[in-house]
Design a protein around this ligand. Structure first.
Ligand SMILES: [Zn+2]
Length: 260
């Protein structure tokens, strides 16, 4: 249930020449938790940043709300889910991420609400990140490119859960399970936002990000007739280069950064 994200920085009505430069992402942190709806959400751009971060010895954990079981028209969910889980674990490993968790919400019909907020707050308490990463929570990718309800629900719940995780009296059952409050999230960084504020140099991780997206082979082969590697490379390099026009000319991954 993921559509490739359009190139956000070359909208004709809002060209790069008029847009302000993106600020460098903070670097004074050690642990990050990335929370997204589907397998492949982090591979459509974010993984290049993740590769650079794990190179620097930072710890990143992936949490996926679903197993992407409704993502391939020709595969029954019962077959598709385990396959996409496997592909997600392989693609995470390419960029140095070994911890991948699934919250088992239902692909395509994720509901924004207390259950989702609680599950994400629990993950934040378990992993105690300083940086939380998620995917575009806004209605569109920019212009009239409509976002999916799963991305909106998970992005929004993640922004909310960054605070929920720190409050003992919200979801008190979590403390009963041994998950003490964690009020140490300093930023939530939203990838794929049409209103980015910050960026990371993608150069060191760019090649691995191509291989990371390529690990979603079953999904990509169902999505396009193009050669999978050409498809991944064209998409990721094109986006990184476009973002780079607002980041000193270096290929880059953009985020909208919410400080706490
Ligand atoms: Zn998705």
């Amino acid at each position: 249930m993921t559509e490739p994200q359009p190139d956000l920085t070359t909208e004709p009505h809002n060209g790069p020449a008029t847009e302000p430069p993106l600020e460098p992402m903070p670097t004074d942190w050690q642990r990050a938790l990335a929370v997204v709806a589907h397998p492949d959400d982090l591979e459509y751009g974010c993984a290049a940043a993740v590769a650079g971060w794990t190179d620097a010895g930072r710890e990143i954990t992936y949490v996926l709300a679903t197993r992407g079981e409704a993502g391939i028209d020709t595969l029954e969910p019962a077959t598709c889910g385990p396959l996409r889980e496997q592909e997600q674990r392989a693609s995470a490993a390419v960029v140095g991420v070994s911890s991948v968790e699934f919250l088992d919400h239902k692909d395509g019909v994720i509901e924004y609400g207390l259950r989702l907020r609680r599950d994400i707050a629990a993950a934040i308490r378990r992993h105690r990140p300083e940086l939380v990463i998620t995917l575009n929570h806004r209605d569109t990718w920019g212009g009239v490119a409509w976002n999916t309800p799963d991305h909106v629900a998970v992005g929004r719940a993640t922004l909310d859960a960054a605070s929920d995780a720190g409050n003992r009296w919200i979801f008190p059952e979590l403390a009963d399970q041994g998950l003490e409050p964690w009020n140490g999230v300093r930023w939530v960084a939203v990838a794929g936002s049409a209103q980015p504020t910050h960026a990371v140099d993608a150069t060191p991780g760019l090649e691995r990000s191509v291989r990371s997206l390529l690990e979603h082979r079953t999904y990509i082969e169902a999505l396009t007739d193009e050669d999978p590697e050409t498809y991944c490379r064209t998409f990721l390099l094109g986006n990184a280069e476009a973002t780079g026009r607002r980041f000193g000319g270096k290929p880059a991954v953009a985020f909208e950064l919410f400080s706490r």
